[in-house]
Design a protein around this ligand. Structure first.
Ligand SMILES: Nc1ncnc2c1ncn2[C@@H]1O[C@H](COP(=O)(O)OP(=O)(O)OP(=O)(O)O)[C@@H](O)[C@H]1O
Ligand SMILES: [Mg+2]
Length: 189
């Protein structure tokens, strides 16, 4: 038995129907804190739908899910500030600058202005986006955009980060080098 508090995610029989179609069918799993957990499946397997339920964006049809101790099946609003979510489709406002996107997401998560300014500096540095704060997001190459999306998802230092197919265009080697140089990973900061 794992003691309470060490479990990041637990689902029991999590199910989502869209009319008569079952997109997620009785999914049960457990993820411990500190664990990196991957959902693998073919296109349409139900990965994004599962993540949307775990992040409180979509109500399960049946079943239960606890995320960082919060029962998201009954209290989806309570979990949102604890989580970062880099979604598969939408993650950034294309017509805002890099800096404005970070400020916007800091505001969404309720950070005070002083903390937003500090986190912006840290994240621009960590993700090698220094000097790009005033660039319009739509003008960035894909890899930079993905890094900015990741930075935006981490601005409030979430306990748990959901990444839905985040690797398109990103350079894993440069990302890893940056974490090593700083001696920590953004998730454990
Ligand atoms: N809002 C919705 N209304 C109706 N059907 C939906 C809705 N959202 C998802 N589906 C359907 O549910 C199934 C699972 O979709 P989902 O996006 O969760 O899959 P996925 O595993 O993330 O796929 P991909 O690898 O393509 O991202 C698909 O058949 C999809 O068409
Ligand atoms: Mg998906």
């Amino acid at each position: 038995m794992t003691p309470p508090g060490t479990i990041a995610i637990e689902t029991r029989g999590l199910t989502r129907n869209f009319r008569r179609f079952t997109a997620v069918d009785e999914v049960s799993f457990q993820v411990e804190r500190g664990e990196v957990f991957g959902l693998l499946g073919a296109n349409g397997a139900g990965k994004t739908t599962t993540i949307r339920m775990l992040t409180g964006l979509l109500r399960p049809s049946r079943g239960e899910a606890w995320v960082v101790g919060v029962p998201v099946h009954s209290s989806p609003e309570k979990v949102k500030r604890q989580l970062g979510y880099m979604s598969q489709r939408f993650s950034l406002y294309e017509d805002l600058t890099v800096g404005e996107n970070l400020t916007f997401f800091g505001g969404v998560y309720g950070l005070p202005g002083s903390e937003i300014r500090q986190r912006k500096e840290e994240l621009l540095d960590l993700f090698d986006l220094d000097g790009l704060a005033d660039r319009i997001t739509s003008s960035l190459p894909t890899g930079h955009r993905q890094r900015l999306a990741l930075a935006s998802a981490l601005i409030h230092k979430p306990q748990l980060l959901f990444l839905d197919e985040p690797t398109g265009g990103i350079d894993p080697r440069s990302g890893r080098c940056r974490y090593d140089r700083h001696g920590d990973h953004p998730l454990h900061g």
